[in-house]
Write a protein that binds this ligand. Structure first.
Ligand code: C2O
Ligand code: CU
Length: 461
C-alpha cells in the first residue's frame, strides 16, 4: 500500500529510575525513557522512516498512581493506526512493541512536514499518571528547507539557516508536586487536571542557561498535566514565533508574550545580541493557579512574572543564522471540498467530561470520515467556564476561525492542539488523506482525558 525507505531504528526502554529536579531536592523515583526525563529526542528526516522498538521494563508488581502497562503516542505524527498509540494497545512489563514512524506527509505535501513533536504514554485511563511519572520526550523534524545547519550554504538548496546545533534548544515545561521524601505527589481522584507548585524546565527547577550574544532557537513544549502558560521575557522585549504544533509558520510573528495550552508547541527565536555580556534575564510565566484551585483553567493573570529559567549572557559567538521573512508556506485551504461538517460540544455532565454528551467508548466511533476528504469541525464549550485543549490524532488541522473571525497569526498555521473555552468556539479544517482506520481525539488536559473526555473516528476506505 505504502512503500517506505530503509528505516532507522532506535530503542526506547521504559524503566524506573531516579531523577533529581534540583540539587537541593532528594532524588525522585520516576518512569524514564532510556533513563532520562525528558526522554531522548528523536531526530527525523522527511522520507526516512524510523522504527522505535519500545521495551517495557517497568515493575509488574508496581502499586501506586499510573499503571505499568504502557502505550506510546508520537504526538502530531502522521502514522498508521497500529503505530499511533491506540490507548488499548498497551504492552505489559517484559513485552516490547515496534512503532513505525514513516516520516511521510499527507499528499506528499512537504508544507505538512512538522518541526517539533513529542511522544508520551497514552494508556487508557492512566495517561496522566504515566506521563506524570516521566514518560515523555521530544521528536524533532528536519528536511531540505529546515536542515538544522545554520551554515548551510549549498546553492542548490534554499535552506532557511535557522539557529542550529548548540543554539537550537528544547524547553519542556512541566509543573510537579513532590512529597517530603522527594517522591511525586499525584492525586488520583483529581479529574480536573493536576497542577503542581514546582515549575520545571527540561526536568529542572529554576535552571539557568549561559547564552552567547546571538540568536537562539527555542523549542517550547507545554508538557504538563493541565497547566497553561503565559510566557514573556523579564525585560518585556520581543521575540519571534517561528513555529507552532504543525511546523514552521509561513512567516515569523513578532511578539512579547505567548500563551500555551497543555501539549502545544511553539518555537521562538530570541536574539541575545541586543544585551551586553553580564546581562541576566528570565523567562517568566504569568498565569496564576491557586494551590487550592484545580487544573480546569488558570485563576487569573499575574502582574508579576514567575521566573521559569534564567539566561546569563556570558560571551560573544559568531552567528550565521537567519530568520527569513518567509519560512514554510501554508498550502491554501481556499476551495478545498468539504465532505462533512461536524459539531463537537465539550461539556461536563453528571460529573463526567463529555464530547457530544458521550464518554469514551472504544466500541463505537463518533465519526466515520471518508479517506481522501476534508471536514469542518466546529468545536465549542458548553457552560462551566472550563478550558479544554482539544487534540486530534493523525493529521494537522487548520484553524479557520476563532470566535467567528480569523485566528491570530501564530494560531493560523498547522496545529494539532487547540485551546477551546466558553465564548471562544473554533472552526477547524481536518483532513483524512493517508490512512484508514481508528484514531482518537481528546482533551489534552490529562485529568479530563483520563476521565473519558476522548472519542475516536474511523476513516473509511
Ligand atoms: Cu499528546 Cu492523544 O495525545
Ligand atoms: Cu478538557
Amino acid at each position: 500500500m505504502y512503500s517506505y525507505g530503509t528505516p532507522k531504528t532506535c530503542l526506547l526502554t521504559e524503566a524506573e529510575g531516579l531523577h533529581q529536579f534540583h540539587r537541593d531536592l532528594p532524588p525522585t523515583p520516576m518512569w524514564l525513557y532510556n533513563g532520562t526525563f525528558p526522554g531522548p529526542t528523536f531526530v527525523n528526516q522527511l522520507g526516512v522512516p524510523t522504527v522505535i522498538r519500545r521495551i517495557n521494563n517497568l515493575d509488574p508488581n508496581y502499586i501506586g498512581f499510573g499503571i505499568p502497562e504502557t502505550s506510546m503516542h508520537h504526538h502530531g505524527g502522521h502514522q498508521g493506526p497500529v503505530d499511533d498509540g491506540w490507548p488499548l494497545d498497551f504492552i505489559v512489563p517484559g513485552q516490547y512493541r515496534d512503532h513505525l514512524i514513516p516520516n511521510i506527509v499527507p499528499d506528499g505535501d512537504s508544507n505538512e512536514w512538522p518541526s517539533t513533536l513529542w511522544y508520551h504514554d497514552h494508556t487508557i485511563d492512566h495517561t496522566a499518571g504515566n506521563v506524570y511519572h516521566g514518560l515523555a520526550g521530544m521528536s524533532w523534524h528536519f528536511d531540505a528547507l529546515d536542515t538544522g545547519n545554520e551554515n548551510d550554504k549549498d546553492p542548490n538548496k534554499k535552506p532557511l539557516r535557522l539557529p542550529s546545533g548548540e543554539y537550537d534548544i528544547p524547553l519542556v515545561f512541566r509543573d510537579v508536586a513532590l512529597n517530603q521524601d522527594g517522591s511525586l505527589f499525584f492525586d488520583q481522584l483529581n479529574d480536573k487536571g493536576q497542577v503542581g507548585n514546582l515549575m520545571t524546565v527540561n526536568g529542572k527547577v529554576a535552571p539557568y542557561l549561559k547564552v552567547a550574544r546571538r540568536k537562539y532557537r527555542f523549542r517550547l513544549l507545554a508538557g504538563s498535566m493541565a497547566r497553561e502558560y503565559l510566557l514573556s521575557l523579564s525585560d518585556g522585549s520581543p521575540f519571534q514565533i517561528i513555529a507552532s504544533d504543525g511546523g514552521l509558520l509561513p512567516a515569523p510573528v513578532t511578539a512579547t508574550q505567548l500563551r500555551m495550552a497543555n501539549a502545544e508547541r511553539y518555537e521562538i527565536v530570541v536574539d541575545f545580541s541586543r544585551y551586553p555580556i553580564g546581562k541576566q534575564l528570565t523567562l517568566d510565566d504569568f498565569l496564576v493557579y491557586s494551590p487550592t484551585g484545580d487544573g480546569n483553567k488558570p485563576d487569573g493573570v499575574s502582574t508579576v512574572g514567575n521566573p521559569l529559567m534564567l539566561f546569563v549572557v556570558d560571551r560573544d559567538a559568531p552567528d550565521n543564522s537567519r530568520v527569513p521573512l518567509k519560512l514554510r508556506p501554508l498550502t491554501p485551504v481556499k476551495g478545498v471540498k468539504i465532505a462533512a461538517t461536524r459539531d463537537l460540544v465539550l461539556h461536563r455532565t453528571n460529573g463526567m467530561w463529555v464530547i457530544n454528551d458521550t464518554v469514551w467508548n472504544p466500541a463505537v466511533p463518533m465519526f466515520k470520515p471518508k479517506l481522501g476528504t476534508f471536514e469542518i469541525w466546529n468545536v465549542s464549550v458548553k457552560g462551566g467556564g472550563w478550558n479544554h485543549p482539544l487534540h486530534i490524532h493523525q493529521e494537522f488541522f487548520r484553524v479557520l476561525k476563532r470566535n467567528g473571525v480569523a485566528p491570530a497569526a501564530h494560531e493560523a498555521g498547522r496545529k494539532d492542539v487547540i485551546l477551546v473555552w466558553n465564548d471562544s468556539p473554533v472552526q477547524l479544517l481536518v483532513g483524512f488523506r493517508t490512512y484508514t482506520g481508528p484514531y482518537v481525539f481528546h482533551c489534552h488536559n490529562l485529568g479530563h482525558e483520563d476521565m473519558a473526555m476522548m472519542a475516536w473516528y474511523d476513516v473509511q476506505p
